[in-house]
Structures are given as structure tokens and as C-alpha cells.
Ligand binder design. Structure first.
Ligand SMILES: Nc1ncnc2[nH]cnc12
Ligand SMILES: [Zn+2]
Length: 335
């Protein structure tokens, strides 16, 4: 069990969340409320029955249910309400800054206009109690042409998002498939990230770096299978946005006790802790920290490192970054 002092430290320390899919924050209660508000029928009789379906065997089994859950989102206010709920929950966990993924293609393929999606999410970020920015993800099971068309559609809203990412089914959809769209995004001055090494091999992490020129790796936990890659990630201080509860729920690791978070830190990798899809995986930021710290040999020095890493790896301007890092150091210095 986690001692009370360490639990409080984790809960109260300032932190940034860098890997959260906003559609993955949609709680079953809100799915049902939105279904009712929008006259959408769901294939589950109750909130409890839906929650019971959250037993996943791998990434794809999760994605099937995650895309089904998102089908209740139709109007700008729905996207606003979902995002506002996440931001309030994150603030309660002392998240000071969040870089939020959204998946426009999940909605545009259903006929929801791009602007409905981004305006709702963005407006909630403007009204948020914390700092929040947006990263638009391309669905890697769709084609690069569709990703390019999505980037074109996003251009009138260029001021509302800071970067692009790559998510959905990893294996069989390597980073190379999206070389042109990431090059285009880079030329537009967007920040670049991609999911790699969650279920896919270390070579996907290498091509995310070499072909897509990403600045952070989402997940990346399979990097330990390649000592050369680890050496490179350490040398380049390339951040990994690790999601402990997600990795257990999607069976990347059998149990939290065998998660490699401590090893990543010991090797000098810039690991961070994040929630990924908190409504589906059993917890928000502090739940992720607590689950990892309960199961692994991690102490207050690791908590401090993880809090610092979260701000070091954030896409903040240097002044904001310095201020957040000073806040972390003050918090730990006073303890
Ligand atoms: N963990 C994850 N991996 C890939 N795509 C996702 N979309 C939402 N969560 C995801
Ligand atoms: Zn993710």
C-alpha cells in the first residue's frame, strides 16, 4: 500500500497531462445523457451494462467500443460538455496544463461538420480552469489521402490547435504511411507527435522519429526491446507519454507490477504519466500515478521527476515552462 504522505504528494503536486484523447474521457453517464438528448439509440440497456462491456483484450477491442461511444456526439454543445467535464476533472487532480488529442475523422465520417467538433472542444478549453491546448490526431486505419483532406479542412481553424498526432490501430499501419501529411503539418509550423511502440515494434518508434520527425512518442513502452533505440531516446531526451492503466487494460503488460515505468526512468528516459482514455481504463491522472506507485518501487523522487518531465516535454513557450517547473520545485522544496 502507498503511504499516506506519498499519496498526498502525488495528488497535490502540479502536473501536466500530455496524452488524453478527449473522446476517451466520455463517461458512460454522459454517453447516456447525450444519447437521450440527441435521440440516439445505444446497443446497451443501461450505464451499468455499458460499463460492463469495458473488458478489453487488446487495442482493437477497445477502439471498437470507443468509436461506438463517440456516436452520441452530434452538436457543438456535446463536444463542449465532454471537454468541460474532462477539464474540471483534470483540475481536481492538480493538472495545471493539458495537451488534448481529438479525432475529427471519428465524427466527420458520421456527417458531423469539422467546425462543430473543433469549435465545441476549443471553446471549452477557452473557458477552462487550467491551461489547455489541442492536438489533432489522424486515424491511422484510414488512408493518408483522408488525413491530408482532414488537414486541409482544419486550416481555417489553424489558430485553435498546436499540433498533429497519429492514433488508432497501430500494427499494420506504420508511421511511413503518413510521411506526406506529417511533412505538410511540419511546414505549417505544427508540433508533431505519434503513437508508436504501444502494440507496435521498436521499428515503429524509429520511423516515427526518422520519417515523421515527431517531437514526442505517445506510449513508446516497447522501446526497451531495442538497446540502441533506448540509447538514442536518452541522448535526444525524447519524451514518452506513458499511460499505465491503459497498458494494463489493453494487455500491453499483464499486471501493473510488471509495468516498465521504473525501468524507463532508471535508464534516463523522459517518461511522463498520462491517462489516455480515462473513462474506459479506470482512472484519471492521479489514479494512474497511484496505481503505478502502489505496484512499483517508486518514491517521492520519482514523483518529482515525473512532474518535471511532464512540463519539460510540454509544448509550452519557454517562459511558461520555466514558471511551471519552478512551481514543481517549490512544491517539492517545501516538503
Ligand atoms: N491508446 C490508444 N492507442 C491508439 N489509439 C487510441 N485512440 C484512443 N486511445 C488510443
Ligand atoms: Zn493514446
Amino acid at each position: 500500500m502507498l503511504n499516506e504522505q506519498l499519496r498526498q504528494t502525488i495528488e497535490q503536486m502540479p502536473k501536466a497531462e500530455l496524452h488524453i484523447h478527449i473522446e476517451g474521457s466520455l463517461e458512460p453517464e454522459l454517453i447516456f445523457a447525450l444519447a437521450q438528448r440527441n435521440g440516439v439509440s445505444l446497443p446497451y440497456p443501461s450505464v451499468e451494462a455499458l460499463r460492463q462491456a469495458y473488458a478489453f483484450s487488446d487495442l482493437q477491442s477497445f477502439l471498437d467500443i470507443y468509436y461506438a461511444g463517440a456516436s452520441v456526439l452530434l452538436h457543438e454543445q456535446d463536444f463542449y460538455d465532454m471537454t468541460a467535464a474532462y477539464l474540471a476533472r483534470a483540475a481536481a487532480d492538480n493538472v495545471r496544463h493539458a495537451e488534448i488529442f481529438f479525432d475529427p475523422q471519428t465524427h466527420t465520417v458520421r456527417g458531423v461538420p469539422f467546425e462543430t467538433v473543433i469549435n465545441g472542444i476549443w471553446r471549452a478549453c477557452q473557458d477552462a480552469p487550467i491551461s489547455a491546448t489541442l492536438i489533432m490526431c489522424f486515424l491511422r486505419h484510414l488512408s493518408e489521402e483522408e488525413a491530408l483532406a482532414t488537414l486541409d479542412e482544419a486550416l481555417p481553424h489553424r489558430d485553435k490547435f498546436i499540433g498533429v498526432g497519429l492514433d488508432s490501430s497501430e500494427v499494420g499501419h506504420p508511421p511511413e504511411k503518413f510521411a506526406r501529411v506529417f511533412e505538410r503539418a511540419r511546414q505549417l509550423g505544427l508540433r508533431l507527435v505519434a503513437h508508436a511502440g504501444e502494440e507496435g515494434p521498436p521499428s515503429y518508434i524509429e520511423s516515427a522519429l526518422d520519417v515523421l520527425n515527431v517531437e514526442r512518442i505517445d506510449h513508446g513502452v516497447r522501446c526497451l526491446e531495442s538497446p540502441e533505440l533506448v540509447e538514442r531516446l536518452v541522448r535526444e531526451q525524447m519524451a514518452l507519454t506513458v499511460c499505465p492503466l491503459s497498458n494494463i487494460k489493453l494487455r500491453v503488460f499483464d499486471v501493473m507490477g510488471s509495468h516498465n515505468l521504473r525501468t524507463l526512468l532508471d535508464k534516463g528516459l523522459v517518461a511522463t504519466v498520462n491517462s489516455d482514455d480515462p473513462a474506459y481504463f479506470g482512472g484519471y491522472m492521479n489514479d494512474n500515478f497511484i496505481a503505478a506507485f502502489e505496484a512499483l518501487p517508486l518514491d517521492a523522487s520519482h514523483a518529482r521527476q515525473l512532474a518535471r518531465n511532464s512540463f519539460s516535454a510540454a509544448f509550452l513557450d519557454p517562459e511558461q515552462k520555466r514558471a511551471f517547473l519552478a512551481e514543481v520545485d517549490d512544491f517539492f522544496g517545501a516538503r
